[in-house]
Design a protein around this ligand. Structure first.
Ligand code: AMP
Length: 276
């Protein structure tokens, strides 16, 4: 496994790789969710590149960029076991030199949900992914369903800007009690960790009511809200039932629907989703 922090090195190491080349972009502090992406990339490609970069431009000024968990040595050990070919782990100065001044703005699908709660977040995500795609030139790039709006945005960018790669969606990996795996789960103390299952409970309730025939989105949202409000440590940021492609909010659930939510458990903001 080769490891580099430099863009020029990464481009040079990319040249001799045998196609197809799978890319897994991450912010590190790897867990089984990330490793599911790496394993899928390993299955579908001859060469696998993983990037580890805590991208400053996708964090708001009052967000957790500085305290975001980092453990590069542990990450490298895990990636070696998965037979990764190259790990690209640049510094912020390498990716954003002082004169950097170009941004990828995706339109309407960034206006709601994470885009509304975290101004600039999806612009930062789209910009860093465009840079990684240009540097690494992957055949396919792998993203988790856990960040559903991010996936919609990246797919839209690739289609609209005619980028020459395929985006692959990997299902969300969960803890045994249903909590979606996330690097941010490490912020939770034991009491908050127990409270955090309320996200998955609310999503499961929506799935159950929908499978019993409920198609009124307002009723589904209300039942989810009522359930989460019973958990004293939980504060709802949003609950959405939207068209899974356009992310337009639905009144009736009669197309494939993305049920997504963002909830604060004390100070930790968690997101999760299911598709109906
Ligand atoms: P992150 O390091 O949080 O930026 O995540 C890197 C990639 O891993 C993104 O495509 C995420 O959607 C994906 N990912 C994070 N958590 C999970 C999970 N629990 N299951 C599947 N994919 C995940």
């Amino acid at each position: 496994m080769k490891v580099t922090e430099k863009i020029d090195d990464m481009k040079r190491l990319r040249q001799p790789l045998t196609e197809p080349v799978g890319l897994v972009p991450t912010m590190g502090y790897l867990h089984e969710g990330h490793l599911a992406l790496v394993r899928r990339a390993r299955e579908e490609n001859i060469s696998v590149v993983v990037s580890i970069f805590v991208n400053p431009t996708q964090f708001g000024p009052r967000e957790d960029f500085n305290r975001y968990p980092r453990d590069p040595q542990r990450d490298l050990t895990l990636l070696e076991k998965e037979r990764t070919d190259i790990v690209f782990m640049p510094s912020p100065a390498e990716m954003y030199p002082a004169q950097f001044n170009s941004w990828v703005e995706i339109g309407k699908v960034t206006e709601r949900l994470e885009g509304a709660s975290r101004p600039g977040h999806l612009r930062g995500v789209a910009t860093i992914c465009a840079k990684l795609f240009n540097i690494i030139q992957p055949t396919k790039a792998y993203f988790g369903q856990k960040d559903a709006q991010q996936l919609v945005v990246i797919k839209k960018m690739v289609a609209d800007l005619n980028m020459n790669l395929e985006i692959v969606t990997v299902p969300t990996v969960r803890e045994p009690d249903g909590l979606a795996m996330s690097s941010r789960n490490t912020y939770l103390n034991p009491e908050q960790r127990r409270a955090a299952i309320v996200l998955y409970q609310a999503l499961s309730l929506a799935q159950k009511l929908w499978s019993q025939g409920e198609r009124d989105a307002a009723k589904l949202r209300q039942q989810m809200t009522d359930l989460i409000c019973k958990q004293p440590l939980a504060n709802i940021d949003y609950i959405s039932i939207a068209n899974a492609e356009t992310l337009d909010e639905l009144d009736r659930v009669n197309t494939p629907a993305l049920v997504s939510l963002a909830v604060r458990i004390s100070n930790t903001r968690l997101i999760d989703n299911v598709v109906l």
